[in-house]
Design a protein around this ligand. Structure first.
Ligand code: HDE
Length: 695
């Protein structure tokens, strides 16, 4: 557990609060902190009260500017280890030795909303990883979409101004469903591919532990002999890729605005460490022009069917931060933080980012010395001629210029045998121009590729998302223009959206008219190992519940690593049908179906489900059904489902599974066939095939 980064942080940890009484910033012990020093009982406060002044001043200065984008986030420490040496294509030391663990810090984030916004908004998620390697920090600052909204970084302020809340009333918070974003989109077809991802379920992940990450740009990996290979970085979550559904995501924003943050924190606290596999798509330099798009264009993917993703290592997140501000807020990522063996390309978005990150951190972290902050400090030795500035916390010794003789010529540049970074000697020539390359002009083919790759239910969700977003746009011409643009992606898509908006069907267009698909893009292919580990299952109980049934299912699910909670109309305990008391984990009014992955409705002895008449329980079950979640019912629980029209009470008395609703009408001990079928239904995550559900 105590890896090198953890040990390094020991030097930075504040004094153990239990080890010493309260002091001022200067270390003077304070005698009283609840009343200010006043002249007399009811007199004015005295200026000489240094503790009072310090306490208020420090409080007044607690806030720093939040990130201009990606303000809301959650972080965790862990480690990365390669499966084998990657020496064939990169000289990066941390990728060379399968036995070597490199400490990491990861920050997940949403993009549009401020620090206090809700987690489950429709948005891109940031997935930024800092590798504390022996050769310096390498930051892989990615997103959970493999493409971006614009091709050239000079458009970034335009894009962000458009997606951020409206300038006059600062509405909406954390949402893209408003006029300025869609005005921009409808006029900038380069946004379309990323917009397709944004309208898909990828934009509402179930968990940070269940989403992919992408480096987006094409990078260059450099081998020890100087040979370069183009590379795209991919993170794949071990638990599979899973999403919420939109209705659920919206309700979560109220029920638990910290839904994703809490999920990450609790999983790590419970020892269920999130794990991701790092993969690379490798493209030899000779194949730079082998594609029908430009490798430098960040609005394009390299389909996995064309260039497979090679797994190269795994990352495990196993430690929560100790102080949110010091670590998660002050961490400073920069795409420009690379190590020998990893280099850039001329992707104009990447080039702009190389400027922007350092620049923004100078403001956000109040000066140039933020690399000395504990979470940012490399494990590799730092020996620079950079000096002074705000918040300098190192005592540098010796001269600070090169060449010097008075300092013995130190620090030596490119010391003998040291792994110095050498920029790849790419040949470049050309006239200075301000013009988008011709090779960047196709904006529709890959948006159509994404659409073609989706399963029916994924396409339905995309159409519904467009209808929702554009339905919130007031300017009719913006709605119309967007639908016209969608017509160039796919006619059925545009027609479906137009219908929802009450607009005429746009004419057929040839622009994105192809049938190519990349099956690897569909979430139906990304469900993962079919495990229910860490899934949250609610069991609805009340007085009279069949405790034996509850205990049997609970034990079976817990045996598969699921987290089971007994939920009752009130907290405390409920009296089982057999007279035993059963502990309640949560009271119904404090929870909702949207906070769980599945629900079990047990019976009560020979009777109906004990919660059959409870309004909140009925809503719970109905919501689970609408959101396509697995529902299990045993004994009288089956009768409750039938009464709600969510299943039938008839049958031959055997275990029945229909669209993820698993029913066992037997009132005796729970049968293994039931638990097996319920586990399978939960592992499927969602059941889009439900006939009358609104999934
Ligand atoms: Fe960022 N981005 N970005 N971005 N970005 C920032 O840096 C920027 C882009 C990404 O958890 C800022 O420290 C420009 C793509 C993540 O701390 C800022 C452009 C991708 C994070 C910035 C892009 C990202 C940021 C804001 C277009 C995915 C959060 C605060 C040229 C590959 C990191 C900060 C964290 C944060 C600029 C585009 C990912 C302003 C100019 C593409 C995950 O520097």
């Amino acid at each position: 557990m105590a890896d090198a980064k953890h040990r390094q942080l020991d030097d930075d940890r504040a004094v153990d609060p239990a080890s010493h009484p309260l002091t001022t910033d200067q270390g003077t012990v304070v005698d009283h902190t609840d009343d200010s020093l006043t002249a007399g009982d009811r007199g004015p406060t005295l200026l000489e009260d240094f503790h009072f002044r310090e306490k208020l001043t420090r409080f007044d200065h607690e806030r720093i500017p939040e990130r201009v984008v990606h303000a809301r986030g959650a972080g965790a420490y862990g480690y990365f280890e390669p499966y084998a040496s990657c020496g064939a294509f990169t000289r990066a030391a941390f990728l060379s030795d399968p036995g070597q663990r490199t400490p990491v810090f990861v920050r997940f984030s949403t993009v549009q909303g401020p620090r206090g916004s809700a987690d489950t908004v429709r948005d891109v998620r940031g997935f930024a990883t800092k590798f504390y390697t022996s050769e310096g920090n390498f930051d892989l600052v990615g997103n959970n979409f493999p493409v971006f909204f614009i091709q050239d970084g000079i458009k970034f302020p335009d894009f962000v101004h458009a997606v951020k809340p409206e300038p006059d009333n600062e509405i909406p918070t954390g949402a893209s469903a408003h006029d300025t974003l869609w005005d921009f989109v409808s006029l900038q077809p380069e946004t379309l591919h990323a917009i397709m991802w944004l309208m898909s379920d990828r934009a509402i992940p179930r968990s940070y532990r269940m989403m992919q990450g992408f480096g987006v740009h094409t990078f260059r990996l450099i081998a020890a002999d100087g040979r370069a290979t183009f590379a795209k970085f991919h993170w794949k979550p071990k638990l599979g890729v899973h999403s919420l559904v939109w209705d659920e995501a919206q309700e979560c924003q109220g029920r638990d605005p910290d839904f994703n943050r809490r999920d990450l924190w609790e999983a790590i606290e419970a020892g269920e460490y999130p794990e991701y596999e790092l993969g690379v798509q490798l493209i030899p330099e000779d194949d730079e022009f082998a594609f029908d798009f430009d490798l430098l264009d960040p609005t394009k993917i390299v389909p996995e069917e064309q260039v497979p993703v090679q797994p190269i290592g795994r990352m495990v997140l196993n430690r929560n931060p100790e102080n949110f501000f010091a670590e998660t807020e002050q961490v400073a990522f920069h795409v420009g933080n690379v190590v020998p063996g990893i280099d850039f390309t001329n992707d104009p978005l990447l080039q702009a980012r190389l400027f922007s990150y350092l620049d923004t951190q100078l403001l956000r972290l109040g000066g140039p010395n933020f690399a000395q902050l504990p979470v940012n400090r490399p494990l590799a030795p730092v020996n620079t001629n950079q000096r002074d500035g705000f918040h300098q916390s190192r005592i540098h010794r010796g001269t600070s210029y090169t060449e010097n003789s008075l300092g013995g010529g130190c620090p030596v540049v490119g010391g003998a045998g040291a792994a110095a970074f050498t920029h790849h000697a790419e040949k470049v020539e050309g006239a200075k121009i301000r013009r988008r390359s011709e090779s960047f002009q196709d904006h529709h083919s890959q948006a159509a590729l994404f659409w073609n790759s989706m399963a029916d239910w994924e396409q339905r969700h995309i159409v519904e998302a467009f209808r929702f977003e554009l339905g919130k746009v007031g300017a009719v011409m913006v709605r119309e223009r967007t639908v016209q643009e969608l017509g160039k992606v796919d006619h059925d898509l545009a027609a479906g959206v137009a219908k929802g908006l009450g607009l005429p069907e746009p004419p057929r267009s040839a622009a994105g008219d192809h049938k190519h698909a990349s099956p690897a893009l569909s979430q139906t292919r990304l469900r993962g190992p079919g495990s229910i580990r860490t899934r949250k299952i609610a069991v609805l109980v009340a007085d009279g519940v069949d405790t034996a049934q509850v205990t049997a299912v609970r034990d079976a699910l817990a045996g598969h690593g699921a987290l089971v909670e007994a939920i009752a109309p009130q907290d405390g305990t409920v009296a089982g049908a057999d007279g035993e008391r059963h502990a309640v984990d949560r009271a119904l009014p404090t929870v909702a179906s949207v906070l769980y992955d599945a629900v079990l409705v047990p019976g009560g002895g020979e009777g109906n489900a004990p919660v059959a008449d409870d309004g909140a329980a009925i809503r719970f079950v109905r919501d689970a059904y609408r959101h396509g979640k697995a529902i299990g019912a045993v004994g009288g629980g089956v009768r409750m489902l039938a009464a709600l029209g969510l299943g039938t009470a008839d049958g031959d008395g055997g275990v029945r599974t229909e669209h993820g609703v698993v029913a066992d009408p037997a009132t005796g001990p729970v049968r293994e066939a039931f638990t097996d079928a319920f586990v399978e239904a939960i592992a499927a995550h969602r059941h889009p095939e439900r006939p009358d559900g609104r999934f």
